[in-house]
Design a protein around this ligand. Structure first.
Ligand code: ADP
Ligand code: MG
Length: 232
């Protein structure tokens, strides 16, 4: 398995205010698979994603990506690993406000030894005509497309998406889901997407349902529905 999550536990706070957020998570994802992590607000989705991405450390358990255990890495190696192998897309786009669309995407490219072609990617994302604009001159959907570009231009092994359509309307959400689907199929990146939109599960290879810090259900879709055809 490409991504192996074993016995992950995580608590916040201490003493009386200790909250156990992840209570032993086991999950395996194969290379190139599209995994959707569903669960109500507060169920620990972002915490798990941050631990997979090395932004946060687990109290117990291990994350192995392509045979490398992240817990064995010191901070410096973990940072380098993250830069090289992981791409993030968040609900809020986190673009650099004084850089153009193209420059925001190029920032991602500098971090990689094998970046994708920026022009081709901008074309795929429908951003060619917007390359010289600043983020505040774009709609929410366009900003999210730019954020996808910045994350994916590195050609990361794993693309981690935390509620990527959470701030977008229905049509724009579908457009963004279609792009993430295209990227997954075209470049073969493994995708782990967190959402509380139940319909999105139908476009995934693997569906994981999280509640109160535990996995309640995991299953594979034998037939996927294209992002284009999802309804909610
Ligand atoms: N840095 C933190 N410090 C304290 N509590 C936190 C921290 N991060 C998350 N939590 C708590 O952990 C629980 C799960 O949060 P989160 O992983 O963000 O859930 P989700 O993404 O599923 O909504 C929540 O109760 C939240 O308040
Ligand atoms: Mg969250």
């Amino acid at each position: 398995m490409f991504l192996e999550i074993r016995g992950i536990r995580k608590s916040f706070g201490e003493g009386d205010s200790l909250v156990e957020v992840l209570k032993g998570i086991d999950l395996s994802v194969e290379k190139g698979e599209f995994c959707v992590l569903l669960g109500p607000s507060g169920s620990g989705k972002s915490t798990l994603l941050n631990i997979i991405g090395g932004i946060d450390r687990a109290d117990e358990g291990s994350i192995t990506i392509a045979g490398e255990k992240t817990e064995d890495m010191d901070e410096k190696r973990l940072t380098a690993y993250r830069r090289k192998h992981l791409g993030y897309i968040f609900q809020m786009y986190n673009l650099i406000p004084n850089l153009t669309v193209r420059e925001n995407i190029e920032v991602g490219a500098y971090l990689s030894e094998h970046p994708l072609d920026v022009d081709e990617l901008m074309e795929t994302l429908g951003l060619t005509a917007h390359g010289k604009k600043l983020p505040n001159q774009l709609s929410g959907g366009q900003q999210q497309r730019c954020a996808i570009g910045r994350a994916i231009v590195k050609n990361p092994d794993i693309l981690l998406c935390d509620e990527p359509t959470g701030a977008l309307d229905y049509n724009t959400s579908k457009e963004i889901l279609k792009l993430i689907e295209t990227v997954n199929q075209k470049y073969g990146n493994t995708v782990v997407m967190v959402t509380h939109n139940d319909a999105i599960r139908n476009m995934a290879d693997v569906v994981v349902k999280l509640r109160d810090g535990q996995i309640r259900k995991t299953y594979r879709n034998l037939e996927k529905i294209k992002a284009q055809d999802l309804e909610w």
